[in-house]
Design a protein. Structure first.
Lengths: 481, 487
C-alpha cells in the first residue's frame, strides 16, 4: 500500500521583548537561577499580571507579515494544570479568541535528486500569545528537583499551521521559512539552542487517496531542523510499520530522543489533562485599533516576499536565488549592498551564494560576522567586470580579503594578481607555448579538439594565471588557423 | 474610653492639634485588643512593636507638619492584604507560615497616609464564608453576643470595629463580605465600584468580584477611608484610571428630591420581620429628610446566588491553584511523590468550605460542563447588571435590607452550606454587576442584635451613597451605639 504523510506544526517562538509578558522582569537568557523572577513570576499570593504591549506588537507584526486576520478583540484565558515549574497552577494563554487567525507562508521545498525545487503556500491556522513556564532541573539535585523560574512569564507566540505538509522535507522547509520570517521582522532572536524557537510536529499517515486523516501523534519540543527531520522520518516509518503489521495508532504525545533517533511515548490521550480553560478575569480583553496596527505596520521592514520580487526585477536573479538570498535579513542586506557596490546583481548573487557562503560555512561564521564586507565583495566583482581580474584571480583576491590583507586594489597590486592586459606580452607567451608543444599543435590540426584546451592550459600556466582566458583563446585560434 | 468612641475626623483633629500622639492612641487600642481579643478573636496577628514604630513615624510626620488628613489614626487590616514583614494568612492553614515580602496596594496607601496598622484581622478562610467560622484561626465572636457569629468573611474587621478595638478597618467584599458582617456587627461598611480600589496584593478569591473597602462606625469615617484607599494602580489591569475624588464632598448635601428605589424582590418572603420593620422605619426617616420612594424590580437577582456559586468557585478554583506547597506556605510533612505532595498539601492545608468551592469550580469549568454552567452564568450576570441599569433610570439609589436576618448563633448554619449561602442573597447582585454597595446600622431586633440597611448605587456613585448614609446618621444614632458589655 502507498502511504501519505500528513504534518502540521506548532511552533513556540520566544518574543524578543526585554521584559516578560506579564511582569517587568528581564527575559535575558542565562542568568543565575531565579534571579529574574519577580513576585509576579513566582506567583506570590495577591500578585496580578499586567500585559506587556511590546509582546502584543510582536504578534501584530507577525499577523501583518503573513497576511492574517488580526482579531480586534482578543482574550487571554487560563489553562489550568499543576506542575512545579508553573507557579500559578495555570498558564495564561489564548484559546477561543487568539490575536492572529489565518495567513499564509510561502515555502521553497528543495529538489530531491534531480527534480526542481518547488514553491508551496502553507496556510496558518492561528497564532496566539502566551507565557512560558519555568524549568525543572532534575539532574542538579540528588533526589530532588530544582525549579528555575527565570523563564516563567517569557512571552511566546505559538504559531499553528494547517496540516498541509506532506513530507519531513516540507515540514523542515516550513520551519525554516517561519524561522527566517520571525527573525526577519525582529520578533524572535531565532536561537534554537536557547529554546527561542521550538517545534511540535503533529504527524499522521493515511493510505494515499484516503480523504480522512489518520490518527496523529504529537512530537514535542524539537529544537533543531535536523531533529525535526529525523523525528518525523522515524515517526512516519514507525506509524506505517505499525499499521502494516495490523496495529492501530493511538493519539499520543511523544518525545524524540536524538541519541537513539527514536520517538517514545510521553502520555496517551487518556492521560491528557482537562485544562479547564476560562477567560482570565485579571486581564481585560486586548483591543487593537487601526491606529495601533498602522503604527506597528510602519515599523515593519520590507518583507521577504516583496524583497524576492524586487531582487528578481532589479538584479535579474532567478526566483530560487532570490529565495536563497532572502533566507535571512542579514544575508539579503549583504547581497543588496554588494550588488549595489558593483552594479552586477547576477554576479554578486553567484559570489554571495558561492564563494562567500562556502567560506562562511567552512569557518562556521554567520553572515553578520563575515570578514569580507559587502563593499569589499562589490569592489572585487567590479574588478572582474572591468577585466582587471579573471574569475580565478578573483578567488585569490577573495582569499586576501578574507585574511584581512587589505582592500581589493591593494591586494591585486601587492600580490601581482592583475590580469595580463598587454597583448604583446601575451602574444610572446603564446608563441613560446606553440613552439614548445609542437605535438599538441599537430594533434589539433589533425582534428583533436582536446589538444586546443591543453594549449590554453599551457598558456595560462606560463602566464601564472594572469592571462585573460578569452584573449588566450582568441590568440591561439588566430595563430593556429 | 471616650477616646475610643470618637470619629476619625475628631481623632485626626486631636492628633493634628497635639492633644494626643499617634503612639498614645495606638497604645490605647492595643491595650483594648489585649483585653478583648481573647473573647472576640478578631485578630490573627497583633505586633505592638511594629504598630508603635509606625505610630512613632506618624508622630514625626505630624510634628514636621507633613501629616495628611488621617495621619496617626490607626487602622486594622483584614488578613487578606499582603503586608510586608507581617504574617499574612488569609485565614488559612495553607498560609499559616507565610510572611508577606511586599505590601498590597491598599496597605501602601495607608502607609503613605501615615496610618499605623493595629494588626491583621481574622476572616473566613480565603474569604469563603458568611460567618467567619471557616477560619483556620477559630471563629470570631460577635461583640453584641459572643454566642453569635459576626458575619463574614470580614468578620474580624467588623467585630474589632464594633468592639472599638480599632477605630476603623479594611475589608474585602466578593459577595457581601464587607456589608453582611457590617450589618451583623452594627457598623458601616462600603464596597466600592469594581476597579476603584486596586486588588494588587489582596489575595484573590474571585477576581472579577473581589473589591476592598472601608469598615468603620459611620459613613463619614468610611468616606475619609475611601479617600485613602481608592486610586489607579498600574499593577492591577482592572484598576480604573480616573480622576481622584473627595468622597466627603457631598456628605452635607440635603436629601430633598432623592429618589429611593425599593426592589420588591428584597422585601419578599424569607426576610426576618424585625429586619423588615427596621428597614421600613429607615425609609420613613429618609422620607422625612425629603426623599421619595419608587418600587423597582430586580427580577434576575433571584438567580444571583446560583450564578455566584458558579462564577466565584470557578475563579477561585484557579486562583487557589498556586497554593501547591512548592514555593511558600504549608507543605505536607510526608509524601511519596509529586502528586502525593500536591494532594496531601492541599488536603491538609485547605478547610472544608474552600475544598467544596474548589471542587465546584473545577466541575463547572471542566470539559463538557463549561457551556452549561460557566457561560450560562456569565449571561445571567449580564442580565442582572441590565436590571440595575434599568432601575437607575427611575431612582438615584436602591435601598433594602443587607441580610435577611441578624447575627445567628455559632454553628447554627455551619452544617448547611446552602442555608449559609442564602445570607448573601441581597448583597451578591451588586458584586455581579460591579456596583457599589454599603451597609449601615438601622436598628436592633428583639434580641438586641444590630440590623443593617443596604444601599446600592450606580457606578461611581459612592459620594451619593455616603451622602444618603451620612444624612441618615445625622438624625439617628444606631451607628454610634456600641455593645454594652464591652464598654
Amino acid at each position: 500500500m502507498k502511504w501519505e504523510t500528513v504534518i502540521g506544526l506548532e511552533v513556540h517562538t520566544q518574543l524578543a521583548t526585554r521584559s516578560k509578558i506579564f511582569s517587568g522582569s528581564s527575559t535575558a537568557f542565562g542568568a543565575a537561577p531565579n534571579t529574574q523572577a519577580s513576585a509576579v513570576d513566582i506567583a506570590l499570593p495577591g500578585v496580578l499580571p499586567v500585559l506587556n504591549r511590546g509582546a502584543v506588537e510582536c504578534a501584530i507584526k507577525f499577523g501583518l507579515a503573513i497576511g492574517a486576520t488580526l482579531n480586534r478583540v482578543n482574550v487571554f484565558d487560563r489553562k489550568n494544570y499543576f506542575y512545579p515549574d508553573l507557579p500559578k497552577g495555570y498558564q495564561i494563554s489564548q484559546l477561543a479568541k487568539p490575536i492572529v487567525e489565518g495567513g499564509t507562508l510561502t515555502i521553497i521545498v528543495p529538489s530531491t535528486g534531480s527534480g526542481q525545487s518547488e514553491e508551496r503556500v502553507i496556510h496558518l491556522t492561528r497564532a496566539h500569545m502566551e507565557e512560558d513556564a519555568g524549568k525543572s532541573l532534575h539532574e542538579d539535585f540528588h533526589g530532588m528537583t530544582g525549579i528555575d523560574l527565570n523563564r516563567a512569564g517569557t512571552p511566546l507566540l505559538e504559531i499553528v499551521s494547517e496540516p498541509e505538509m506532506r513530507s519531513s522535507a516540507e515540514a523542515v522547509a516550513y520551519a525554516r521559512a517561519l524561522h527566517s520570517l520571525v527573525t526577519w521582522i525582529g520578533i524572535c532572536d531565532g536561537n534554537m539552542q536557547e529554546g527561542s524557537f521550538r517545534v511540535d510536529a503533529n504527524v499522521s499517515v493515511r493510505p494515499l487517496g484516503q480523504a480522512e486523516f489518520g490518527t496523529r501523534r504529537e512530537i514535542k519540543n524539537l529544537n533543531s531542523f535536523r531533529f525535526l527531520q529525523q523525528a518525523i522520518d522515524y515517526e512516519v516509518r514507525w506509524q506505517i510499520e505499525t499499521l502494516e503489521d495490523g496495529g492501530r495508532i493511538e493519539q499520543a504525545t511523544v518525545l524524540f530522543d536524538p541519541d537513539s533517533g527514536e520517538t517514545r511515548m510521553m502520555r496517551s490521550k487518556e492521560e491528557a489533562h482537562d485544562y479547564r480553560y476560562f477567560p482570565d478575569p485579571d486581564l481585560l480583553p486586548v483591543r487593537l485599533d487601526d491606529a495601533w496596527i498602522e503604527r506597528v505596520k510602519s515599523t515593519l521592514p520590507e518583507l521577504p516576499a516583496a524583497m524576492q520580487a524586487r531582487f528578481q526585477n532589479d538584479y535579474g536573479v532567478s526566483a530560487y536565488d532570490a529565495a536563497v538570498l532572502t533566507g535571512s535579513r542579514a544575508l539579503a542586506d549583504y547581497f543588496e549592498a554588494a550588488a549595489k557596490a558593483c552594479g552586477q546583481g547576477k554576479l554578486a548573487a553567484n559570489w554571495v551564494m558561492g564563494e562567500l557562503s562556502a567560506a562562511l560555512n567552512k569557518a562556521e561564521l554567520d553572515i553578520a560576522r563575515s570578514p569580507v564586507s559587502a563593499a569589499q565583495l562589490g569592489a572585487l566583482i567590479a574588478r572582474i567586470q572591468d577585466g582587471t581580474l579573471s574569475g580565478k584571480l578573483a578567488k585569490q583576491v577573495f582569499e586576501g580579503l578574507w585574511e584581512g590583507a587589505g582592500e581589493v586594489d591593494a591586494i591585486i597590486e601587492a600580490r601581482g594578481l592583475k590580469q595580463m592586459s598587454d597583448s604583446g606580452e601575451l602574444e610572446k607567451i603564446v608563441d613560446e607555448v606553440l613552439a614548445a608543444n609542437a605535438k599538441s599543435v599537430e594533434e589539433f590540426r589533425a582534428g583533436k579538439e582536446k589538444a586546443f584546451n591543453a594549449l590554453v592550459g599551457q598558456v595560462m600556466k606560463a602566464s601564472r594565471g594572469k592571462a585573460n582566458p578569452a584573449q588566450v583563446n582568441e590568440l591561439l585560434k588566430a595563430r593556429l588557423q | 474610653m471616650t477616646m475610643l468612641q470618637t470619629s476619625l475626623s475628631a481623632l485626626a483633629a486631636q492628633l493634628a492639634a497635639g492633644q494626643i500622639s499617634s503612639r498614645e492612641l495606638a497604645r490605647q487600642y492595643l491595650d483594648r485588643i489585649a483585653a478583648l481579643n481573647p473573647a472576640i478573636n478578631a485578630f490573627i496577628t497583633v505586633d505592638a512593636e511594629k504598630t508603635l514604630a509606625e505610630a512613632a513615624a506618624a508622630d514625626a510626620l505630624i510634628a514636621a507638619g507633613r501629616g495628611g488628613p488621617l495621619t496617626g489614626v490607626p487602622v486594622a487590616h483584614k488578613d487578606i492584604f499582603c503586608t510586608d514583614g507581617w504574617l499574612t494568612t488569609c485565614g488559612s492553614k495553607m498560609l499559616s507560615n507565610f510572611v508577606a515580602p511586599y505590601d498590597a496596594h491598599v496597605i501602601q496607601r495607608f502607609k503613605a497616609a501615615g496610618m499605623p496598622s493595629l494588626g491583621k484581622t481574622n476572616m473566613d478562610e480565603f474569604a469563603m464564608g458568611s460567618s467567619n467560622e471557616t477560619s483556620h484561626f477559630g471563629a470570631v465572636k460577635n461583640p453584641w453576643d459572643t454566642a453569635r457569629v459576626p458575619g463574614g468573611s470580614s468578620g474580624g474587621a467588623a467585630a474589632c470595629v464594633a468592639a472599638r478595638m480599632a477605630p476603623a478597618a479594611t475589608g474585602t467584599d466578593t459577595g457581601g463580605s464587607i456589608r453582611q458582617p457590617a450589618a451583623l456587627c452594627g457598623i458601616t461598611g462600603l464596597k466600592p465600584t469594581y476597579g476603584l480600589v486596586s486588588r494588587y496584593g489582596m489575595i484573590a478569591f474571585a477576581s472579577s468580584l473581589d473589591q476592598a473597602g472601608p469598615m468603620a462606625p459611620s459613613a463619614e469615617d468610611c468616606a475619609l477611608l475611601l479617600n485613602v484607599m481608592t486610586g489607579f494602580d498600574p499593577n492591577d489591569s482592572t484598576s480604573l484610571e480616573r480622576d481622584k475624588e473627595d468622597y466627603t464632598r457631598d456628605l452635607d448635601r440635603p436629601l430633598a428630591g432623592l429618589r429611593i428605589g425599593l426592589p420588591k424582590e428584597f422585601f419578599a418572603e424569607g426576610l426576618n420581620s424585625d429586619v423588615a420593620a427596621a428597614v421600613e422605619a429607615a425609609v420613613a426617616e429618609l422620607k422625612k429628610l425629603g426623599a421619595t420612594t419608587v418600587e423597582i424590580s430586580l427580577a434576575n437577582s433571584q438567580l444571583a446566588i446560583p450564578v455566584y456559586y458558579v462564577l466565584a468557585p470557578a475563579e477561585a478554583s484557579s486562583n487557589l491553584s498556586r497554593f501547591d506547597g512548592v514555593r511558600y506556605g504549608y507543605r505536607a510533612p510526608e509524601y511519596a511523590d509529586l502528586n502525593d505532595m500536591y494532594s496531601k498539601t492541599r488536603a491538609q492545608g485547605f478547610g472544608a468550605e474552600v475544598k467544596r468551592r474548589i471542587l465546584i469550580g473545577a466541575y463547572v469549568l471542566s470539559h463538557g460542563y463549561y457551556d452549561a454552567y460557566y457561560l450560562q452564568a456569565q449571561k445571567i450576570r449580564r442580565l442582572i447588571a441590565d436590571d440595575f441599569a434599568a432601575a437607575f433610570k427611575a431612582c438615584d439609589v436602591i435601598l433594602g435590607p443587607t441580610a435577611p436576618g441578624t447575627a445567628f448563633t455559632l454553628g447554627e448554619k455551619s452544617d448547611d452550606p446552602v442555608e449559609m449561602y442564602l445570607n448573601d442573597l441581597y448583597t451578591i447582585p451588586a458584586n455581579l454587576a460591579g456596583l457599589p454597595g454599603m451597609s449601615l446600622p438601622c436598628g436592633f431586633d428583639s434580641k438586641g442584635l444590630p440590623i443593617g440597611l443596604q444601599l446600592v448605587g450606580d457606578y461611581f456613585s459612592e459620594a451619593k451613597m455616603l451622602n444618603v448614609a451620612h444624612q441618615y446618621q445625622r438624625v439617628t444614632d444606631w451607628h454610634a451605639r456600641a455593645p454594652e458589655g464591652l464598654r
